[in-house]
Design a protein around this ligand. Sequence first.
Ligand SMILES: Cc1cc2nc3c(=O)[nH]c(=O)nc-3n(C[C@H](O)[C@H](O)[C@H](O)COP(=O)(O)O)c2cc1C
Length: 189
Amino acid sequence: MLKELVRTCRSYRRFYEDHALDEATLRELVDLARLAASGHNAQPLKYLLSWEPEKNSLIFPHLTWAAYLKDWPGPSEGERPSAYIIVLGDTEIRKSFTFDQGIAAQNILLGAREKGLGGCILAAINRDGLREDLGIADRYEILFVLALGKPKEKVVLEILEPGGDVRYWRDAEGVHHVPKRTLEEIIVG
Ligand SMILES: Cc1cc2nc3c(=O)[nH]c(=O)nc-3n(C[C@H](O)[C@H](O)[C@H](O)COP(=O)(O)O)c2cc1C
Protein backbone atom coordinates (compact mmCIF):
# COMPACT_ATOMS: atom_id res chain seq x y z
CA MET A 1 0.00 0.00 0.00
CA LEU A 2 2.79 2.40 0.84
CA LYS A 3 4.45 1.66 -2.47
CA GLU A 4 1.23 2.43 -4.35
CA LEU A 5 0.83 5.66 -2.41
CA VAL A 6 4.41 6.67 -3.18
CA ARG A 7 4.06 5.65 -6.83
CA THR A 8 0.97 7.81 -7.34
CA CYS A 9 2.34 10.66 -5.21
CA ARG A 10 3.39 12.63 -8.28
CA SER A 11 3.58 16.36 -8.90
CA TYR A 12 0.09 17.34 -10.06
CA ARG A 13 -0.36 20.75 -11.64
CA ARG A 14 -3.94 20.73 -12.95
CA PHE A 15 -6.88 20.37 -10.60
CA TYR A 16 -10.66 20.44 -10.31
CA GLU A 17 -10.59 23.93 -8.86
CA ASP A 18 -14.23 23.73 -7.77
CA HIS A 19 -13.37 20.78 -5.50
CA ALA A 20 -12.92 22.84 -2.35
CA LEU A 21 -10.59 21.87 0.48
CA ASP A 22 -11.44 23.13 3.94
CA GLU A 23 -9.34 24.33 6.82
CA ALA A 24 -9.79 21.07 8.75
CA THR A 25 -8.27 19.07 5.87
CA LEU A 26 -5.25 21.36 5.66
CA ARG A 27 -4.77 21.19 9.43
CA GLU A 28 -4.85 17.38 9.26
CA LEU A 29 -2.13 17.48 6.59
CA VAL A 30 0.04 19.86 8.59
CA ASP A 31 -0.35 17.53 11.56
CA LEU A 32 1.48 14.89 9.48
CA ALA A 33 4.31 17.38 8.94
CA ARG A 34 4.35 18.14 12.66
CA LEU A 35 5.28 14.50 13.37
CA ALA A 36 8.19 14.45 10.90
CA ALA A 37 11.86 14.08 11.77
CA SER A 38 13.68 17.35 12.45
CA GLY A 39 17.38 18.16 12.71
CA HIS A 40 18.27 18.78 16.39
CA ASN A 41 14.51 18.24 16.90
CA ALA A 42 14.30 22.02 16.65
CA GLN A 43 11.04 21.92 14.62
CA PRO A 44 11.54 25.33 13.04
CA LEU A 45 8.90 24.97 10.32
CA LYS A 46 5.67 26.98 10.39
CA TYR A 47 2.77 26.82 7.95
CA LEU A 48 0.44 29.30 6.36
CA LEU A 49 -2.83 27.85 5.10
CA SER A 50 -5.01 29.05 2.25
CA TRP A 51 -8.28 27.49 1.12
CA GLU A 52 -10.48 30.49 0.29
CA PRO A 53 -10.61 31.59 -3.37
CA GLU A 54 -9.71 35.21 -2.54
CA LYS A 55 -6.54 34.24 -0.67
CA ASN A 56 -5.70 31.57 -3.25
CA SER A 57 -5.81 34.24 -5.94
CA LEU A 58 -3.20 36.27 -4.05
CA ILE A 59 -0.80 33.30 -4.06
CA PHE A 60 -1.18 31.96 -7.60
CA PRO A 61 0.49 34.87 -9.49
CA HIS A 62 3.73 34.33 -7.56
CA LEU A 63 4.23 30.72 -8.70
CA THR A 64 6.21 29.32 -11.65
CA TRP A 65 4.88 26.11 -13.14
CA ALA A 66 6.64 23.24 -14.94
CA ALA A 67 9.74 24.96 -16.30
CA TYR A 68 10.35 22.13 -18.81
CA LEU A 69 6.94 22.66 -20.44
CA LYS A 70 7.95 25.75 -22.37
CA ASP A 71 4.59 26.28 -24.10
CA TRP A 72 2.50 25.91 -20.97
CA PRO A 73 2.11 28.98 -18.75
CA GLY A 74 0.57 27.03 -15.88
CA PRO A 75 -2.95 25.94 -14.95
CA SER A 76 -5.75 27.99 -16.42
CA GLU A 77 -8.76 29.26 -14.47
CA GLY A 78 -10.87 26.33 -13.33
CA GLU A 79 -7.80 24.06 -13.15
CA ARG A 80 -5.88 25.92 -10.47
CA PRO A 81 -5.16 24.57 -6.99
CA SER A 82 -8.03 24.85 -4.54
CA ALA A 83 -5.69 25.22 -1.57
CA TYR A 84 -2.11 25.99 -0.61
CA ILE A 85 0.20 25.32 2.30
CA ILE A 86 3.10 27.75 2.44
CA VAL A 87 6.04 26.23 4.26
CA LEU A 88 7.98 28.78 6.31
CA GLY A 89 11.20 28.58 8.30
CA ASP A 90 11.02 30.42 11.60
CA THR A 91 14.41 32.15 11.86
CA GLU A 92 13.79 32.89 15.53
CA ILE A 93 14.08 29.12 16.11
CA ARG A 94 16.88 28.32 13.65
CA LYS A 95 18.68 30.11 10.84
CA SER A 96 19.01 27.02 8.67
CA PHE A 97 16.32 24.43 8.05
CA THR A 98 18.47 21.88 6.21
CA PHE A 99 16.31 18.93 5.21
CA ASP A 100 13.29 19.35 7.46
CA GLN A 101 11.15 20.96 4.77
CA GLY A 102 11.57 18.09 2.31
CA ILE A 103 10.41 15.52 4.83
CA ALA A 104 7.51 17.72 5.89
CA ALA A 105 6.45 18.24 2.28
CA GLN A 106 6.48 14.53 1.50
CA ASN A 107 4.40 13.74 4.60
CA ILE A 108 1.84 16.33 3.52
CA LEU A 109 1.76 15.13 -0.09
CA LEU A 110 1.40 11.48 0.92
CA GLY A 111 -1.41 12.44 3.29
CA ALA A 112 -3.10 14.35 0.49
CA ARG A 113 -2.71 11.38 -1.84
CA GLU A 114 -4.33 9.08 0.71
CA LYS A 115 -7.34 11.40 0.64
CA GLY A 116 -7.56 11.20 -3.17
CA LEU A 117 -5.96 14.62 -3.47
CA GLY A 118 -2.63 15.62 -4.95
CA GLY A 119 -0.22 18.48 -5.10
CA CYS A 120 3.01 20.01 -6.21
CA ILE A 121 6.00 21.50 -4.43
CA LEU A 122 6.76 24.94 -5.89
CA ALA A 123 10.08 26.49 -4.99
CA ALA A 124 10.28 28.74 -8.07
CA ILE A 125 8.30 31.53 -6.48
CA ASN A 126 8.38 35.28 -6.25
CA ARG A 127 9.14 35.40 -2.53
CA ASP A 128 9.11 39.17 -2.17
CA GLY A 129 5.76 39.51 -3.89
CA LEU A 130 4.24 36.67 -1.89
CA ARG A 131 5.54 38.12 1.38
CA GLU A 132 4.07 41.50 0.55
CA ASP A 133 0.68 40.29 -0.67
CA LEU A 134 0.15 37.98 2.29
CA GLY A 135 1.82 40.18 4.90
CA ILE A 136 4.30 37.45 5.92
CA ALA A 137 6.53 38.72 8.73
CA ASP A 138 10.30 39.02 8.13
CA ARG A 139 11.09 36.42 10.79
CA TYR A 140 9.77 33.72 8.43
CA GLU A 141 11.84 32.51 5.51
CA ILE A 142 9.54 31.42 2.69
CA LEU A 143 10.80 27.94 1.80
CA PHE A 144 8.23 26.79 -0.74
CA VAL A 145 4.56 26.57 -1.56
CA LEU A 146 2.59 23.33 -1.70
CA ALA A 147 -0.25 23.58 -4.20
CA LEU A 148 -3.08 21.18 -3.42
CA GLY A 149 -6.33 19.98 -4.93
CA LYS A 150 -8.13 17.14 -6.63
CA PRO A 151 -5.91 16.23 -9.60
CA LYS A 152 -7.38 16.67 -13.06
CA GLU A 153 -4.47 15.15 -14.95
CA LYS A 154 -2.92 11.76 -15.50
CA VAL A 155 0.75 11.42 -14.62
CA VAL A 156 2.75 8.33 -15.62
CA LEU A 157 6.28 7.25 -14.84
CA GLU A 158 8.75 6.28 -17.55
CA ILE A 159 12.06 4.44 -17.31
CA LEU A 160 15.00 6.80 -17.67
CA GLU A 161 17.92 5.02 -19.26
CA PRO A 162 21.41 6.07 -18.15
CA GLY A 163 22.35 9.23 -20.05
CA GLY A 164 18.71 9.82 -21.02
CA ASP A 165 16.72 13.03 -20.82
CA VAL A 166 15.43 13.88 -17.33
CA ARG A 167 12.87 16.35 -18.67
CA TYR A 168 9.22 15.50 -18.07
CA TRP A 169 6.89 15.93 -21.03
CA ARG A 170 3.23 16.01 -21.94
CA ASP A 171 1.77 13.98 -24.82
CA ALA A 172 -0.97 14.89 -27.31
CA GLU A 173 -3.64 13.54 -24.94
CA GLY A 174 -2.36 15.76 -22.13
CA VAL A 175 -0.84 12.88 -20.16
CA HIS A 176 2.22 14.03 -18.18
CA HIS A 177 5.24 11.70 -18.39
CA VAL A 178 7.99 11.67 -15.76
CA PRO A 179 11.26 9.78 -16.43
CA LYS A 180 12.78 8.06 -13.37
CA ARG A 181 16.19 6.45 -13.11
CA THR A 182 16.25 2.68 -12.59
CA LEU A 183 17.13 0.95 -9.33
CA GLU A 184 20.17 -0.55 -11.04
CA GLU A 185 21.48 2.90 -11.86
CA ILE A 186 21.00 4.47 -8.44
CA ILE A 187 22.39 1.67 -6.24
CA VAL A 188 26.10 2.08 -6.71
CA GLY A 189 27.40 -0.55 -4.35
C1 LIG B 1 12.46 21.16 -4.14
C2 LIG B 1 11.49 21.07 -5.30
C3 LIG B 1 11.10 22.23 -5.93
C4 LIG B 1 10.18 22.18 -6.98
N1 LIG B 1 9.75 23.35 -7.55
C5 LIG B 1 8.84 23.30 -8.56
C6 LIG B 1 8.33 24.51 -9.12
O1 LIG B 1 8.70 25.62 -8.74
N2 LIG B 1 7.41 24.41 -10.10
C7 LIG B 1 6.94 23.19 -10.55
O2 LIG B 1 6.07 23.17 -11.43
N3 LIG B 1 7.40 22.02 -10.01
C8 LIG B 1 8.33 22.05 -9.04
N4 LIG B 1 8.78 20.89 -8.47
C9 LIG B 1 8.26 19.59 -8.95
C10 LIG B 1 9.29 18.82 -9.79
O3 LIG B 1 9.30 19.39 -11.09
C11 LIG B 1 8.87 17.34 -9.83
O4 LIG B 1 9.08 16.79 -8.55
C12 LIG B 1 9.67 16.54 -10.87
O5 LIG B 1 9.33 16.97 -12.15
C13 LIG B 1 9.41 15.05 -10.78
O6 LIG B 1 8.04 14.76 -10.87
P1 LIG B 1 7.33 13.94 -9.74
O7 LIG B 1 7.24 14.85 -8.52
O8 LIG B 1 5.99 13.57 -10.27
O9 LIG B 1 8.21 12.75 -9.43
C14 LIG B 1 9.67 20.92 -7.41
C15 LIG B 1 10.06 19.76 -6.74
C16 LIG B 1 10.95 19.82 -5.69
C17 LIG B 1 11.33 18.55 -4.98
